[in-house]
Write a protein that binds this ligand. Structure first.
Ligand code: AMP
Length: 280
């Protein structure tokens, strides 16, 4: 069946309300487009849990700092819509910037604690932008369940907290990271990489897995972090924002109360910043 396309908050809300009124559940997958197999996997998870799958595609200006890649972020809405249709997804919502952020828009959603370390340290504007757009999208679509990738692990923890703190009647489900045959986490930003940079990027997962297992076996975290960063520099990465092991829930440095650990990395190769994570 042809995919339904919605352009305004009123349209998508009315359509999803009608789906729910017919006794069906709605699964929602928010994205910024340039869709790859990782995004499609979120839709598959949604389709197995819910009757109707709706995506959104919106490159959210609020989560980019002025020096970041908002202008060059890949945009291919028609191709994305065709891909979603071919994958059997039901609906796609393509909000307009003027509807999301009219000139008199002044609200920001801010979370403490889980937003502060890691991404929060290197992209201080980022989580306010994400929390604000996700709150708006969730209120516009009002799905039963929304699906987010573990690829953006800290973001997933932030959104789970947000939904709990604001008593949203929506369940938040994480989906494991989809990787290429070399273990590289799929990302829209991989499109920026030259063949040499791609070869280096494919080592990130190996370095992260080694760091995680060394720390789990008792290696000192600071020593492990230093070695991992050196390996990344040796491959041609020019800046390592972090390559570390943290408490999987709080994302703070592990302590005696930490039950699960997570290895996480953010590193620059040329002008491209890549992130990845996995259980340690
Ligand atoms: P983005 O369009 O990059 O903002 O991502 C939209 C959603 O897709 C987010 O929930 C991401 O975590 C998720 N996602 C991105 N890449 C992957 C991947 N390789 N595997 C699973 N989920 C992903």
């Amino acid at each position: 069946m042809a995919i339904s396309v919605y352009h305004s908050p009123e349209e998508v809300r009315a359509a999803m309300k009608a789906v729910q009124a017919s006794g069906k559940t709605v699964g929602f997958v928010p994205t910024m487009g340039a869709l790859h197999e990782g995004h499609i996997e979120l839709g598959r998870a949604a389709a197995s849990a819910c009757d109707h799958v709706v995506y959104s595609i919106f490159v959210n200006p609020l989560q980019f700092a002025p020096h970041e890649d908002f202008d060059r972020y890949p945009r291919m809405v028609e191709k994305d819509t065709e891909r979603l249709e071919a994958a059997g997804m039901h609906s796609v919502y393509l909000p307009k910037t003027k509807d999301m952020y009219p000139d008199d828009f002044v609200t920001r959603i801010h979370l403490d604690q889980v937003t502060q370390p890691l991404e929060g340290e290197f992209r201080p504007h980022f989580f306010d932008g994400v929390a604000t757009v996700v709150t708006k999208l969730l209120l516009q679509v009002l799905p039963d369940t929304a699906f987010f990738g573990e690829k953006d692990y800290q973001q997933l923890q932030v959104i789970k907290r947000l939904a709990l703190d604001l008593n949203m009647p929506i369940s938040i489900q994480g989906v494991p990271t989809v990787r290429d045959e070399h273990g590289l986490a799929l990302s829209s930003r991989n499109a920026y990489l030259s063949p040499e940079q791609l070869a280096a990027a494919r080592q990130i997962n190996v370095i992260l897995r080694d760091l995680g297992s060394a720390v789990r076996k008792g290696k000192n975290i600071e020593a492990g972090e230093k070695e991992a960063a050196e390996k990344l520099f040796g491959l041609g990465f020019n800046k390592v924002d972090y390559c570390t092991v943290r408490d999987a829930k709080t994302l703070q440095k592990p302590d005696a109360s930490s039950r699960e650990l997570r290895a996480l990395v953010a590193a620059w190769i040329g002008q491209t910043r890549l992130i990845d994570n996995m259980p340690a």
